[in-house]
Design a protein around this ligand. Structure first.
Ligand SMILES: [Zn+2]
Length: 283
């Protein structure tokens, strides 16, 4: 039975990348993937729980290089949210996960947002002595400009909260773009479609690579079902181009892939077997 994915650290050359679970969601599969019909899931029964629901994990990452300590995405935050027709999503464990790494919040030098959906920005700020403060007070906070401009000033329930996310970030965000090297070995790849300014990261050290693809791919079934976009993809066709445009690179040797929302295990490898994309979760 699928479950939310655990905290796990993988090594890529001299870097370590730790997945920091925050919580998860229990989702109606045909709602999350509107192009999938009930029968389509007959081929993917192992991905559903006993009630026929999809389990998604919600979390972020800590990347440690010899010089840098970087957070990528911050989960959904200490909330429970019911999206009508989809199912409940909840978080709350992100900082506990982070504490297990032994790193201090003050030590984080950079926070990168792959995009600004609510389940990636939830721990942007915390309440301290009655004040809203950035969770990682010494970090530069990075996102793309188009992503910020998509959401800023609005109050979309799928986007960054006006008080706990937008306000603390206003005037603080540093805009990044395709090809930027955020730190030695960590490069921005624009992968739009899910949101207009969605990015992935290529993380490379000593000949080993990890692609952190965030919400380019939501579920293992998508490797087989090329038409299955996610209901939250703001431009499904562009999202599909981003997704399929990455597969060749993801399937190279010495290459790991991290997909934020996978159940059970978010790290894995992709291969192409007789024209079919096959996902191999890390064991
Ligand atoms: Zn997401």
């Amino acid at each position: 039975m699928p479950q939310t994915a655990p905290l796990r650290t993988v090594h890529v050359g001299s870097f370590s990348i730790t997945y920091l679970p925050d919580g998860g969601g229990v989702v109606v599969p045909t709602a999350l993937f509107p192009a999938s019909a009930e029968g389509g899931w007959d081929r993917h029964q192992e991905l559903l729980d006993q009630d026929g629901k999809l389990i998604t994990t919600i979390g972020g990452f800590l990347i440690q290089t010899p010089e840098r300590k970087i957070i990528v995405d911050t989960g959904i935050g200490p909330v429970s949210i019911d999206f009508p027709g989809f199912g409940p999503f909840s978080g709350g464990r992100f900082l506990d996960s982070f504490t297990q790494t032994g790193v201090d919040r003050q030590e984080i030098d950079t926070v990168i947002f792959t995009h600004l959906h609510l389940d990636h920005v939830g721990w942007t700020s915390i309440e301290e002595d009655g004040q809203r403060v950035l969770t990682f007070p010494n970090a530069k906070h990075l996102a793309t400009q188009i992503e910020w401009e998509t959401w800023a000033g609005g109050d979309n329930p799928a986007g960054p909260h006006p008080d706990t996310v937008q306000k603390p970030l206003d005037g603080q965000l540093i805009f990044i773009q395709d090809g930027d090297e955020i730190a030695p070995g960590i490069t921005v790849l624009q992968t739009p479609g899910h949101t207009p300014g969605h990015i992935s990261l290529k993380i490379e050290s000593e000949g080993q690579i990890l692609y952190l693809v965030a919400d380019v791919i939501h579920n293992v079934a998508q490797f087989e079902e090329m038409d299955w976009f996610v209901a939250f993809d703001m431009d499904p066709e562009v999202a599909r181009q981003s997704r399929e445009g990455l597969y060749e690179a993801l399937s190279q040797p010495n290459t790991l892939v991290a997909c934020n929302h996978f159940a059970d295990e978010i790290f894995g490898r992709l291969t192409n077997e007789d024209g079919r994309w096959v996902w191999h979760p890390l064991t």
